[in-house]
Design a protein around this ligand. Structure first.
Ligand code: C2E
Ligand code: MG
Ligand code: MG
Ligand code: MG
Length: 292
């Protein structure tokens, strides 16, 4: 902000604000560099089918380890990337990296059914996105159904004229779209008819209150009902306890994701988790222990 107003207006800012603005500028530069120089990486969190205990898919989550500042949380750098015009690059990078990883796992014989990548609304402004996704999938010999793109409800507040075109093209290509953080954003349900999503993710705030709050239970049940009547897969996010899992299972939730099953993992830890925590074909846990 200070930069835009020019030097003369700096005196209107307190020293503290000036420091914040400087820190932001510094972080912006660092993030630009991080995207170019491979400081960003992805961690992967398993999504588990509640009935069989089998892996349903994995969600890729971006991580930034700065050489000096250490780990910077996505809650901090994703908004920063949005503000400084880097979010589209970050989205493309995440799609490419996740597809590369999925293909590498499969080459090792690990049965990872699908991978989900989070995209910001801005990524859908790019009419070339569907072709770039198709090229990436082909490069790694993957199928369209191997990739899920997660979007949030605020995509509908976006008035960009290309958004809907890009989304339809992706969907026509067979890419699955998932509505993340469902139930917390844009309040109209009518968009569920307009957006070609095949998955809803129940927001973690509902899951967190399931055991204490009858209203949270009623809403998670109602959201499952909406999803099922539209033939969508509903994934419960942020599952941390056995009690929550019991409730979700009783309600009929097909898939859950959360610390109870595993925290987001490095590719190597994901391989270990898959071979130790998942059921084997005879239905018994393979080593049993599960995630730490
Ligand atoms: P999200 O997509 O809704 O991801 C779920 C977040 O909840 C992740 O936080 C995950 O680590 C965390 N989580 C998973 N299980 C549990 C649990 O049992 N309990 C609790 N308390 N939290 C759990 P993370 O990785 O910090 O990411 C935060 C948000 O940043 C994501 O929310 C997503 O909106 C955004 N994000 C992350 N990676 C990317 C990316 O590559 N691109 C974009 N555009 N956004 C991203
Ligand atoms: Mg997500
Ligand atoms: Mg979410
Ligand atoms: Mg989120």
């Amino acid at each position: 902000q200070a930069k835009k107003r020019g030097r003369g207006s700096l005196s209107f800012f307190s020293a503290e604000m000036d420091q914040l603005a400087q820190e932001r500028l510094m972080l912006e530069g660092a993030l630009r560099l991080a995207i170019q120089s491979g400081q960003l990486h992805l961690q992967y969190q398993p999504q588990v089918a509640l009935e069989s205990g089998e892996l349903y898919g994995v969600e890729a989550l971006a991580r930034w380890t700065h050489p000096v500042l250490g780990t910077i949380s996505p809650a901090r750098f994703i908004p920063l990337a949005e503000e400084c015009g880097l979010i589209a690059d970050l989205g493309l990078w995440a799609i490419r990296e996740a597809c590369r990883q999925l293909s590498a796992w499969r080459a090792k014989g690990l049965a990872v059914p699908a991978i989900s990548v989070n995209l910001s609304p801005t990524s859908f402004h790019n009419l070339a996105l569907p072709q770039m996704v198709a090229d990436t999938l082909r490069l790694h010999r993957l199928d369209a159904k191997d990739l899920t793109l997660e979007l949030t409800e605020n995509i509908l507040l976006d008035t960009n004229p290309y958004t809907m075109k890009t989304i339809s093209a992706l969907s026509e290509q067979g890419i699955r779209l998932s509505m993340d953080d469902f139930g917390t954003g844009y309040s109209s349900l009518s968009y569920l008819r307009r957006l070609p999503v095949s998955e809803l993710k129940l927001d973690q705030s509902f899951v967190a209150d399931l055991e204490q709050d009858p209203a949270a239970r009623a809403l998670s049940n109602a959201i499952l009902g909406i999803g099922q009547s539209l033939r969508l897969t509903v994934v419960a996010e942020g599952v941390e306890t056995d009690g929550q899992t019991r409730i979700l299972r009783a309600q009929g939730y097909p898939v859950a994701q959360g610390y109870l099953f595993s925290r987001p993992l490095s590719p190597q830890d994901m391989e270990t988790w898959m071979t130790s925590a998942l059921p084997t074909t005879d239905g018994t846990a393979n080593g049993g222990a599960g995630p730490p």
